[in-house]
Ligand binder design. Structure first.
Ligand SMILES: CCCCCCCCCCCC(=O)SCCNC(=O)CCNC(=O)[C@H](O)C(C)(C)COP(=O)(O)OP(=O)(O)OC[C@H]1O[C@@H](n2cnc3c(N)ncnc32)[C@H](O)[C@@H]1OP(=O)(O)O
Length: 153
């Protein structure tokens, strides 16, 4: 893996997994041969209707667990080009879920990924099919941020 990627300070600001992002989800991952797994417990600040996680944030869990699998396998970033989500049951606030990302197939740099979110008893809550494009570039912060603008006072 290109070590300069991991030394890129901006990675620690990822909304889903960045350790320095105070508003982030702070997801952590386990990588196996064929999948990435993350355990996550939705908190009150993540809810939409009372007691259930916001659908946009459910999408973040799916996007991140699939993206992280590719990042670990390829040692390069990949960008989400398309994501389709089926929300089957609500994710309950306070109840831990298991997120899993797997590769289905690829053509060139475009990889088709599958993501699932299940209860600990295996009940399927949400799933996605996505297309992610592997890129060779190192993502750069916006010019404003690089110039020290856009930071909170
Ligand atoms: C420790 C840290 C951990 C870090 C771990 C972090 C994990 C992070 C996971 C979160 C990931 C994100 O949120 S990423 C952020 C959200 N996503 C983005 O910002 C992506 C924005 N879009 C783009 O940048 C671009 O559209 C790309 C890169 C996706 C594609 O652009 P491009 O490279 O110019 O490619 P382009 O010429 O358009 O297309 C190339 C080929 O792909 C096909 N193609 C392009 N888009 C699509 C599509 N949606 N569906 C089907 N096919 C497509 C084209 O038809 C073409 O086929 P052919 O003609 O060659 O056959």
């Amino acid at each position: 893996m290109d070590k300069s990627l991991l030394n890129n300070n901006e990675y620690s600001w990822c909304f889903a997994c960045g350790k320095d992002n105070p508003s982030g989800l702070h997801m952590r991952f386990e990588i196996d041969d064929d999948k990435c797994t993350a355990y996550f417990t939705p908190r009150r600040e993540h809810q939409s209707y009372p007691g259930r996680m916001h659908g946009g944030l459910v999408a973040v869990l799916l996007d991140e667990v699939t993206g992280n699998y590719l990042f670990a396998k390829e040692g390069k970033p990949s960008y989400t080009a398309k994501i389709e989500i089926r929300y089957r049951q609500p994710l309950a606030i306070g109840e831990e879920v298991v997120c899993t990302g797997r590769e289905l197939k690829r053509k060139g740099r475009m990889v088709e990924m599958q993501g699932t979110i299940c209860k600990k008893d295996g009940t399927l809550l949400a799933e996605c099919l996505s297309k992610m494009m592997i890129v060779d570039e190192t993502p750069q912060p916006s010019r404003k941020l690089a110039a020290g603008e856009g930071e909170e006072e």
